[in-house]
Design a protein around this ligand. Structure first.
Ligand SMILES: Nc1ncnc2c1ncn2[C@@H]1O[C@H](COP(=O)(O)OP(=O)(O)OP(=O)(O)O)[C@@H](O)[C@H]1O
Ligand SMILES: [Mg+2]
Length: 262
């Protein structure tokens, strides 16, 4: 168990290895007649990188949005670091959300703001830092994701991979202990897929950030996943390492992974 440092040099207290950071118990969610989540239970343990895979429309985004109550679940329980979140509201919910960095599908940055402004906007609102210290934090994080030279540019001036890294930097600006990524590598070339995936691994290893990632990308899953949960028909059909899931005899998994067995 290694004590880690945040970007601003603060020490993160080490966690017990058995601690569950995210825990879902029998979560259900329907939209009208459509039962999207039919009883989802799983744990993400501390300092690990868990991945959710599953077909398009299987409920992956709904599932991870329900973790931070962007979707209100119908039944079940959501726990984050020993605190039940699905029953929280107001300030308590805000406090929990501020400890979680969320990289949304599509990763939208504000086009009318520079990369620095995109990040400072959050820091200004949620920290006591003065402008100089905020700028320092922004520079540190952009250096870490290796795009500090883009600090005063607009999103439209960045490549797809650089935009993803900028969106990642923005999600990291409040130094979260948990990161949730919805398709972090979609639309990227193979080199950028590797770069972004390796950043996710470094966040786990160097900053003790626990993560939950949705991805369709086998290369991304291969690099980042300690454990994969396969979502099918509203349930977790199988959990294990990527290798175990790829070797599963279940027809749904064989169908999903096709013939690739790398
Ligand atoms: N706000 C909503 N209102 C009604 N239906 C919704 C809502 N959000 C999601 N759904 C439905 O829930 C199902 C699951 O959607 P979700 O976005 O979670 O899929 P997904 O697994 O993330 O797919 P993809 O891989 O394409 O991103 C879909 O049938 C979708 O239409
Ligand atoms: Mg989705």
């Amino acid at each position: 168990m290694v004590e880690s440092q945040t970007f601003s040099g603060q020490h993160r207290p080490p966690h017990s290895p058995s601690e569950s950071v995210i825990r879902l118990i029998d979560v259900t969610k329907s939209f009208g007649e459509v039962d999207v989540l039919k009883g989802i239970s799983f744990d993400v343990s501390t300092d690990s990188s868990a991945v959710i895979m599953g077909g398009s429309g299987s409920g992956k985004s709904v599932l991870i949005r329900s973790i931070v109550k962007l979707v209100t679940i119908d039944s079940g329980e959501v726990w984050i670091r020993g605190e039940r979140v699905d029953v929280l509201d107001g300030h308590d919910l805000d406090r929990v959300r501020l400890g979680i960095g969320f990289l949304f599908q599509g990763g939208a940055l504000f086009d009318s703001m520079t990369i620095a402004e995109n990040m400072d906007f959050i820091l200004h609102r949620h920290s006591d830092l003065d402008f100089a210290d905020r700028r320092l934090r922004v520079e540190e994080i952009l250096s870490w994701v290796d795009i500090v030279d883009k600090i005063d540019q607009y999103p439209s001036e960045l490549s797809g991979g650089q935009k993803k890294r900028a969106a990642l930097a923005r999600a990291l600006v409040l130094e979260p202990e948990i990161m949730i990524y919805d398709e972090p590598t979609t639309g990227l070339d193979p080199v950028s897929v590797r770069t972004v995936s390796e950043l996710i691994v470094r966040l786990r290893d160097e900053q003790n950030i626990t993560s939950l990632t949705i991805t369709h990308d086998l290369e991304c899953a291969r690099i980042i996943a300690d454990k994969v949960h396969f979502l099918y028909d509203g349930r977790i059909l199988e959990s294990g390492t990527l290798h175990e899931l790829q070797r599963s005899g279940l027809p749904e998994l064989r169908n999903f992974f096709g013939t690739s067995r790398f």
